[in-house]
Design a protein around this ligand. Structure first.
Ligand SMILES: O=C(O)CCC(=O)C(=O)O
Ligand SMILES: [Fe+2]
Length: 348
């Protein structure tokens, strides 16, 4: 078996995860630290119809209580999603040595590789990733020298659709925090021309023993909002902390086809002065291949995000110091899940 290993990027590419038995390097011992539960009753993940007349109110409630929700009636044509899905298949089906031609390099976020903060993890994830920044052309040319344009066109088509959906959602979130239409255009996150986006394509290969491996380790997203598209296979789970209903548990996000999952990230938690929940999530593996595309929205690199002055006014003091997106990412790469604590304003 040929084994391509890059310790730094934490990728193993042995014949595309075709192991006879799972190597110890991929076995996670603490997967069942909390029970996994189905999304029913009080654990039903909110589903929000974008045509709902009470949209703003419902989005605000879901961001506060869950930090994750599913959206339907989003207006993106199924053909756009099918085209994206077939390009993801095409990409991850390439031989390992071809994919490694576009492996992420030191200091660059774009390219083929493991999960960004995987160096904190004791084990390898059962997944492969490909991150796309402002353009996919250079990498696509290396992957498919004779036909790279289809991939780039499909990515651009998807970006256009998802960018406008993301801006709509961010506006609704800001309105739910009490900003007026005029006020929201004046803050960087409310102004679409000041947003930066990053696209992560993820492949979670099927596994004969899925209960022992993990697709992505528990994490929060660093930006403001992530919109996740998947190929209809479940796997994403969110942590619900102990409450009146049950002890701490991993709730499986239902994979409803033709919907997106929206996650609240760290910077939205900061901006909302702690009101919106930056949801801790992970991805489990099943006996079916899963593909997902996580599209992250955050402020442009030089813009600092701090608690909105309208929220952190006289009644409530600001909980966090302002931080840029790259600044927070750097702190996460050193402090992992303690990064937000490092920018917390000491109330004493
Ligand atoms: O695959 C998914 O459902 C989620 C992916 C994710 O959490 C991420 O890329 O940060
Ligand atoms: Fe994530």
């Amino acid at each position: 078996m040929s084994l391509h290993t890059s310790r730094k990027l934490k990728i193993h590419q042995p014949e595309n995860f075709q192991y006879e038995s799972i190597p110890d390097s991929h076995v996670w011992d603490d997967l069942h630290d909390h029970p996994s539960v189905e999304p029913i009753g009080p654990d039903a993940v909110p589903v929000i119809d974008l045509n709902d007349p009470k949209l703003i109110e419902k989005i605000g409630k879901a961001c506060e209580e869950w930090g994750v929700f599913i959206i339907c009636n989003h207006g993106i044509e199924p053909e756009v999603l099918n085209r994206l899905c077939s390009q993801m298949h095409r990409l991850f089906a390439l031989p390992a040595e071809v994919k490694l031609k576009v492996a992420k390099t030191e200091g660059h976020d774009a390219g083929y590789g493991g999960f960004p903060i995987s160096h904190f993890c004791p084990k390898f994830s059962w997944s492969e990733g490909f991150a796309i920044g402002s353009s996919s052309v250079d990498h696509a040319q290396k992957l498919w020298p004779d036909d790279y344009s289809t991939f780039c066109e499909v990515i651009e088509e998807y970006k256009k659709a998802i960018n406008s959906l993301g801006c709509r959602l961010i506006h609704a979130m800001l309105l739910s925090l009490g900003l007026s239409e005029e006020e929201l255009c004046q803050i960087p996150v409310g102004d679409s021309s000041k947003l930066k986006t990053v696209m992560h394509l993820n492949s979670y290969p099927a596994c004969t023993n899925p209960d022992r491996v993990l697709g992505l380790p528990p994490h929060t997203d660093s930006g403001c909002v992530a919109i996740v598209y998947h190929n209809g296979i479940s796997g994403l789970q969110v942590l619900r902390c102990k409450d009146d209903i049950a002890p701490t548990r991993w709730v499986t996000v239902p994979a409803v086809s033709n919907t997106f999952v929206v996650n609240i990230g760290d910077l939205m938690h900061v901006l909302s002065n702690g009101r919106f929940h930056n949801v801790l999530h992970r991805v489990t593996i099943s006996k079916t291949n899963r593909l997902s595309c996580a599209y992250f929205f955050g402020p442009q690199a030089d813009i600092k995000v701090g608690p909105l002055s309208k929220l952190a006014g006289l009644e409530q003091s600001p909980l966090y110091k302002p931080v840029t997106w790259p600044g927070l990412q750097k702190m996460r790469s050193m402090l992992h899940d303690k990064a937000l604590q490092a920018i917390k304003i000491d109330s004493n």
